[in-house]
Design a protein around this ligand. Structure first.
Ligand code: GDP
Length: 200
């Protein structure tokens, strides 16, 4: 897929203010600092697209970007929540979980994880929840430039053993790096396949 046009549409603090569900969408989610904004800017060829709405204090919003006038790239708030109070954390969790429960136009989800880390409890429990809701997802292994090829392959194999638990909802890991310019074509190809074969 050629990415011709990427346009910021809106930032929403709740489901009601999100755009209508008449356009297929692809969600990007991961723990804060995983490299989500960088990856979105890289995929869309825009230096600051993902930062448009991410001024300080506004990172708890859901951002919709319209791509090629055809599909939404959805930038969901980062989880991990270390710096939030318990009630803030709970309301953010509620927002994320209700998003996936109610947005019927989500075609597919990309869960970003740092390629250097051991599988983290909150990533795995989020994936388990997606699988329990029959929501398909692809793992994106971010910052892959920080590892040797051998170590990256080893970490991917290790992570795959966790994913067997979530089959058929998770099958693939795509390594990505904004420094090596890798992963973009593979992510766009996954999206193109869903757009060619819309789910019923
Ligand atoms: P977010 O909080 O998930 O949106 O993460 P950011 O996109 O702000 O990235 C967090 C940090 O990781 C920043 O310092 C980025 O420069 C760095 N980063 C993001 N992607 C990569 C990558 O592919 N390679 C390397 N080496 N650093 C990255």
């Amino acid at each position: 897929m050629n990415l011709i046009k990427a346009e910021f549409i809106t930032s929403s603090a709740n489901l009601k203010s999100c755009p209508p569900m008449n356009t297929p969408e692809f969600a990007f989610i991961g723990r804060s600092n995983v490299g989500k904004s960088s990856l979105i800017n890289f995929i869309t060829n825009r230096k600051k697209l993902a930062k448009v709405s991410q001024t300080p204090g506004k990172t708890r919003l859901i951002n919709h970007f319209l791509i090629n006038d055809q599909w939404y790239l959805v930038d969901l708030p980062g989880y991990g929540f270390a710096r939030l109070s318990r009630s803030e954390r709970e309301s953010l969790e509620k927002l994320i979980y209700s998003y996936f429960s109610e947005r019927k136009n989500i075609e597919h989800t990309f869960v970003l994880v740092d390629s250097r880390l051991e599988p983290q409890v909150n990533d795995i429990s989020f994936m388990a929840w997606l699988a329990s809701r029959k929501i398909g997802f692809t793992i994106v292994f971010t910052k892959s430039d920080k590892l040797s090829k051998g170590k990256l392959a080893k970490n991917m194999t290790h992570y795959m053993t966790y994913l067997t638990e979530f089959r058929p909802y998770a099958t693939e890991i795509i390594p990505s790096s904004i420094l090596d310019h890798s992963g973009k074509e593979e992510i766009l190809e996954v999206i193109a396949n869903y757009l060619d074969e819309p789910s019923s």
